[in-house]
Design a protein around this ligand. Structure first.
Ligand code: FAD
Length: 464
């Protein structure tokens, strides 16, 4: 995908904390001591922990709390703030998608749920330590890595993963220093998935539209460039395509092949920015500038379809190449999960934790949900369904007596371990203070919030 001429505007977000001052509240307390109440043996309290506070973590917790009257759920999160990709991935002009945060907040406010941010599982506390402290552990830590292009020039300044770029415009602290140079007039996005389209739309959108946070019906001031040759023969095959994709394909086909009406033609003629979708191209090399210090273009191999049956159809290189000048290359060819702990099985090829319906293979009491369970595909509702299923399976195992019997210490044990290691978690009420600060700063600039970027500042605001 190639984009021309944009302007830019940056949004924003934080480190490790020092111990809270004496007297500061710990995480949302369930007993005066902050731990889940133990009942008699017959009414034992299942102590469950979830790793990751994105949609998978929160939906898993929500389902467990709803379907077990006594279960207590601790959510561990490596960032200082909750909500995973809902905060750091979903594009800023999709505020209605971010509304799921209201449901997650209700879950976090339950007396049987506690959020512990600023805890990196696998570093600050190990998965075996969590398994020792809880009856069950659910891994919901998403897919934080990205697929590499594996082509020459990939390391040049000006080439970024869409993961990092999205993190930058969404205020993810680890990406706040990214500083992409947006003064060039062409950007190439490799990939045409949802993330690639989000990135394209954000690059093309005038800042004032993002500030108003209105959903875009059309991209103002832009015109599409689609090559009708790429769509040859598609008309005949459109009938076979599943419904949502059919509508999208029809729209593209119309845009590429039909002459626009007078009004639309005038709008396009006055557009200062353009975007296009390029099909049958595969990245071959990132081309350096003359001094070798910056990206200057990308070499694409031209491909054609080699007919096979169904999935066996493959794109093969024709031998021709095409050079496309650009100042920015964003690779959007997929996210992938990382292994979290040597004790947890991991399939490096699929980039997931091997599991059956959410039960981690060969590790009783260990479960997974979300992108780390099924791979980085699907939207929030897909993640919800998948997380409810994992939770259901866990509760079935609990009922069938397949989880450890006898009481477990839960957070009491982990809290002691963390403080012995100098790790001081932040609670959900801490997040609510930061949230209030962001909203109040946003009011001054006409935005729903101004994200805090600096971790040190966030900790200072929490009195740490
Ligand atoms: P995540 O949301 O990534 O949550 C994982 C959490 O685990 C994170 O908070 C992370 O910090 C934490 N974590 C990671 N490692 C550790 C560790 N070691 N210890 C403790 N915590 C850890 N879906 C839609 O429905 N609509 C959209 O508009 C939309 N836009 C998207 C835009 C982008 C750029 C992307 C990438 C995805 C988008 N999605 C959208 C998809 C949606 O975000 C995912 O389906 C969903 O977030 C997956 O949930 P998850 O909980 O598995 O992963």
């Amino acid at each position: 995908m190639a984009l021309r001429c944009w302007r830019w505007w940056h949004w924003s977000a934080w480190p490790r904390s020092r111990p809270p001052p004496s007297g500061s509240t710990p995480s949302r307390s369930r007993t005066p001591l902050g731990f889940c109440q133990q009942f008699s043996t017959q009414e034992q309290t299942p102590q469950i922990c979830v790793v990751g506070s994105g949609p998978a973590g929160f939906y898993t917790a929500q389902h467990l709390l709803k379907h077990h009257p006594r279960a207590c759920v601790d959510i561990f999160e490596k960032q200082l703030v909750p909500f995973g990709l809902v905060r750091f991935g979903v594009a800023p002009d999709h505020p209605e998608v971010k509304n799921v945060i209201n449901t997650f907040t209700q879950t976090a406010r339950s007396d049987r749920c506690a959020f512990h941010g600023n805890v990196v599982v696998g570093r600050d506390v190990t998965v075996p330590e969590l398994r020792e402290a809880y009856h069950a552990v659910v891994l919901s830590y998403g897919a934080e890595d990205n697929q590499a292009l594996e082509i020459p020039g990939e390391e040049l300044p000006g080439v970024f993963s869409a993961r990092a770029f999205v993190g930058w415009y969404n205020g993810l602290p680890e990406n706040r220093e990214l500083a992409p140079d947006l003064s060039c007039d062409t950007a190439v996005i490799l990939g045409q998935g949802n993330v690639a389209l989000d990135v394209a739309r954000i690059l093309l959108t005038p800042p004032e539209h993002l500030e108003e946070l209105r959903e875009m019906i059309q991209l103002p001031g832009t015109r599409p460039i689609l090559d009708p040759a790429d769509f040859l023969g598609l008309q005949d095959r459109i009938k076979e395509v599943p419904r949502p994709r059919k509508r999208l394909t029809e729209l593209l086909l119309r845009t590429a092949t039909e002459k626009p009406g007078v009004e639309e033609a005038a709008r396009q003629a006055s557009a200062s920015r353009a975007w296009g979708l390029r099909f049958f191209r595969s990245p071959k090399q990132v081309l350096p500038s003359a001094d070798g210090r910056q990206v200057a273009g990308i070499r694409l191999a031209v491909t054609r379809l080699e007919q096979g049956v169904g999935e066996a159809t493959r794109a093969v290189p024709t031998g021709d190449v095409e050079d496309l000048p650009c100042g920015l290359v964003l690779s959007s060819i997929g996210y992938k999960s990382r292994p979290i702990d040597p004790s947890v099985p991991f399939d490096p090829k699929l980039g997931i934790i091997p599991n059956v319906d959410g039960r981690v293979m060969n590790v009783p009491g260990l479960y997974c949900s979300g992108w780390v369970k099924r791979g980085p595909t699907g939207v929030i509702t897909t993640t919800m369904t998948d997380s409810f299923l994992t939770s259901q399976i866990l509760l079935q195992d609990l009922k069938a007596g397949q989880l450890p019997s006898g009481p477990r210490p839960g957070y009491a044990a982990i809290k002691a371990l963390l403080s012995s290691r100098g790790v001081w978690p932040v609670s959900f009420s801490d997040w609510e203070k930061l949230d209030a600060e962001e909203v109040s700063r946003g009011q001054g600039t006409g935005k729903p919030r101004e994200k805090l970027l600096d971790p040190q500042e966030m900790l200072r605001l929490l009195g740490r």
